[in-house]
Write a protein that binds this ligand. Structure first.
Ligand code: C2E
Ligand code: MG
Ligand code: MG
Ligand code: MG
Length: 294
């Protein structure tokens, strides 16, 4: 009957929750030692300027190789690390590792002298009064210039802790670093609010880019973001560009920066080195469609 089915659903449902809670507790436990056991790796996704013509930077994206589960998505473990507090230590490791790596690439790889590094910050890092010292020391130790560092934060992070967040980010900007609003458009920013944000760049969320081909409304939406960014003197970048047609529309709308599988997936260290070297030695190309890694 419907009634007993309903009961069964409740049973499966709570069992499902139970399993998830246990799994999350286990992962949280494993996260505490993951750093010491060397289970983390930073991957680097190329970022392109001038509507796809110039490799101008990378975004550092954390990877966790779990000894039993294999790769665990950052979308899963970052929130757990956030809740358990281990994100501060992990985040600092990402910053230091990536800063050293990008500084080395600037010295060693062709066409990468001005390569920028974007690093994602978590809410706990933004609330940490030691953040600025951590950033300054990572820059100092690696030799990376402050103006080559981009700190990515989301709108919701700024909303929940605006005062402290604003102070910390403005201090980082005074130091010379840039601030990007990640996943832009998914939060609740009003125009007047956005004008007050301590930001240099907005990254248009993948969901808008994905919709671009589907019609006039989504094109109008992205056009609005691009125009608004320009009016506020913010740089603008598209995320999740997978199709040439999306890139064409973005170029037409005047979005200068982009990132996505069309150009390259996030790459391990050696993968990025060959990607950059190959790009620098290939002759001029007409369009991104011919990219070897597209
Ligand atoms: P995000 O910062 O918005 O990063 C972009 C995500 O989109 C990455 O997923 C990237 O691999 C993926 N992506 C890039 N281009 C494309 C595309 O063309 N198509 C599709 N479908 N996806 C694309 P990833 O690496 O799984 O990271 C997910 C999220 O985890 C990140 O979103 C970020 O919020 C968080 N994250 C990753 N690394 C770190 C970190 O070191 N610290 C913190 N606090 N968060 C991190
Ligand atoms: Mg990001
Ligand atoms: Mg994003
Ligand atoms: Mg995100």
């Amino acid at each position: 009957t419907a009634k007993s089915e309903g009961k069964n659903n409740v049973v499966t449902y709570t069992a499902g929750i139970d399993r998830r809670v246990r799994e999350q507790a286990e992962l949280t436990q494993d996260l505490r030692v993951a750093l010491d056991l060397g289970q983390f790796e930073v991957h680097y996704q190329p970022v392109f300027c001038s509507s796809g013509e110039r490799l101008c930077g990378v975004e550092a994206l954390l990877r966790w190789h779990h000894p039993e589960r294999g790769p665990v998505s950052p979308a899963v473990f970052i929130p757990l690390a956030e809740r358990s507090g281990s994100i501060k230590e992990i985040g600092e490791w990402v910053l230091r590792t990536a800063a050293h790596q990008v500084a080395a690439w600037q010295r060693e790889l062709p066409g990468c002298a001005d390569l920028e590094l974007a690093v994602n910050l978590s809410p706990a890092q933004l609330r940490d009064p030691a953040l600025l010292t951590t950033i300054a020391s990572a820059l100092h130790d690696s030799g990376l210039a402050a103006h080559d560092l981009i700190l990515e934060v989301t709108e919701s992070m700024l909303l929940s802790d605006l005062d402290l967040a604003r102070r910390q980010l403005n201090a980082a900007r005074t130091m010379g670093a840039q601030v990007a609003i990640d996943d832009f458009g998914t939060g609740y920013s009003s125009l007047s609010y956005l004008a007050k944000l301590p930001a240099d760049q907005v990254k248009i969320d993948q969901s808008f880019v994905r919709e671009l081909e589907s019609g006039a409304t989504s094109v109008a939406l992205v056009r609005t973001i691009v125009d608004m960014a320009r009016a506020l003197n913010l740089d603008v970048q598209a995320e999740g560009v997978e199709e040439v047609m999306q890139q064409d529309i973005l170029a037409e709308l005047g979005c200068p920066r982009s990132q996505g599988y069309l150009y390259s997936r996030p790459l391990p260290v050696a993968g990025f080195a060959s990607f950059a070297t190959e790009r620098a030695t290939l002759p001029e190309r007409a369009g991104v469609a011919q990219l070897p890694f597209a």
